[in-house]
Design a protein around this ligand. Structure first.
Ligand code: HEM
Length: 191
């Protein structure tokens, strides 16, 4: 199942890996700020939507960690980068496996966070990069999530649905990121 999810999303992951604000060669606090805003814009509607289902996996408080990082004194006075358009709609009619696929992407993004934390912690100090650091190693949480995923997504039909949900989750983030890049830097947006 994990192989199917990876294959269904590998190309999308590669686009994000190369295209989010933290992918630039020279990364500064401004880039981290833009990265956080992008993820906030993506995650807030997902958390609202997933909270409406009794049988959906519970997501840890990633959004709180993003907002805490944005509120850090080192980011005081930073204006918002131009936002992308309205976030993608999240369907009311979808099966549990589809929702597990979405959560696979949200949880998986923490693995990338750990890599970025190692790369940037020293450079962006004294900002603590709490969102990227997470709870330390993301490994145990990821293993726990994957075990639960395997329990709930069973059989070819579920797997296909989970892949669809995962692609939708990636696509919504990619669309927000593309709209953000197309809006250009702050100076062009008159902010
Ligand atoms: C912010 C948007 C991102 C999302 C939504 C995302 C999503 C994911 C997902 C779903 C996985 C799980 C793959 C699997 O093992 O099945 C993953 C793994 C991973 N991601 Fe990302 N990712 C993002 C950004 C990044 C970035 C910017 C990097 C580069 C620093 C990165 C590096 C990694 C690494 C190293 C893994 C672990 C691969 C492995 O252990 O096989 N990710 N990511």
């Amino acid at each position: 199942m994990l192989a199917a999810l990876r294959e269904a999303t590998a190309q999308r992951h590669a686009e994000l890996d190369a295209g989010t604000p933290l992918a630039a060669a020279e990364v500064d606090l401004r880039a981290y700020h833009d990265h956080l805003r992008l993820l906030e814009q993506w995650l807030a509607p997902i958390q609202d939507w997933i909270g409406r289902f009794d049988d959906a996996p519970r997501l840890p408080a990633y959004l709180d960690a993003i907002r805490e990082d944005l509120a850090h004194a080192a980011m005081a006075g930073m204006a918002d980068a131009p936002r992308g358009g309205p976030a993608a709609a999240w369907p009311a009619q979808c099966g549990p496996a589809w929702r597990w696929g979405v959560c696979y992407v949200v949880e998986g993004s923490q693995l990338g966070g750990a890599v970025l934390y190692k790369r940037l912690a020293e450079k962006l100090a004294p900002h603590p990069l709490g969102y990227l650091r997470g709870a330390g190693s993301p490994g145990p949480r990821w293993q726990q999530f994957i075990a639960a995923l395997r329990e709930h997504v069973v059989g070819a039909r579920d797997i296909a649905e989970a892949c669809e949900g995962a692609r939708h989750a990636f696509d919504s983030l990619i669309a927000l990121n593309r709209a953000r890049s197309a809006a250009g830097p702050l100076s062009q947006a008159g902010q």
